[in-house]
Write a protein that binds this ligand. Structure first.
Ligand code: CA
Length: 224
């Protein structure tokens, strides 16, 4: 399998390249995030190893721009030991996994293989459908750039819809996705929250993103 290593420290980059090549990988190296962007955009790598600390745009920004360019190649971020903020930032920015430096080679190899199995399906960090954008990391929602304030339950319900655009969700399915098992009052809570949600995401904008499907449930309109 062919992988891209993004690391500015030449010695470490060489070490990783040699190690992976000995294990049968085909390896290209980029020294900067900018180089990584065009290389990953033009070559179908099966995985990318991306260092956080890079000159110019750093690993987080590189990752974010790759996803923005709809490059969905699985990414392992290399982070400093114990830097929780690095790991959180990387995963929220669209990375799939992380490894702290220094790492053991067999672990990098195993993670690359696991990621390659998963493949490069689109999995955007920010969810978009029918003019709406929802960012699970910053917990923000916008329609056409205008911020919308939602309660935690409204947010959870919209996220459930936005992960399944165009799919009809039954009331029972929505209950399972948004409320925990301890929730007792199940009679019409889904309908109530759909109403709350429509009052915030649709009515002020003259849109109807959430459709009622008679006898089946609700559906969020697909499309940009
Ligand atoms: Ca570095």
């Amino acid at each position: 399998m062919r992988v891209l290593i993004v690391e500015d420290e030449a010695k470490l980059a060489r070490l990783i390249r040699t190690g992976l090549e000995e294990r049968g990988f085909a390896v290209d190296v980029a020294g900067t995030g900018e180089d990584a962007l065009w290389m990953a955009g033009s070559t179908p790598y099966e995985a990318i190893v991306l260092d956080v600390m890079l000159p110019g745009i750093d690993g987080f920004e590189t990752c974010r721009r790759l996803r923005e360019d709809e490059v969905w190649t699985p990414i392992v971020m290399l982070t400093a030991r114990d830097a929780i903020a690095d790991r959180v930032g990387g995963l929220d920015g669209g990375a799939d996994d992380y490894l702290t430096k220094p790492f053991a080679f067999p672990e990098l190899e195993a993670r690359l293989r696991a990621l390659a199995r998963r493949g490069g399906e689109p999995r955007p960090a920010v969810l978009r459908a029918d003019g709406l954008a929802l960012d699970p990391a910053s917990r923000t929602v916008e329609r056409d750039g205008e911020p919308i304030q939602l309660s935690p339950t409204e947010f959870a319900m919209l996220e459930a819809f936005m992960r399944r655009p165009g799919i009809v969700l039954s009331r029972l399915h929505l209950l399972e996705l948004v409320w925990d098992n301890a929730y007792e009052n199940r009679s019409n809570v889904v309908d109530v929250y759909v109403r709350y949600l429509r009052a915030k995401i649709d009515e002020p904008f003259g849109t109807d993103s959430i459709e009622t499907i008679r006898g089946a449930g609700y559906r969020l309109r697909a499309g940009a």
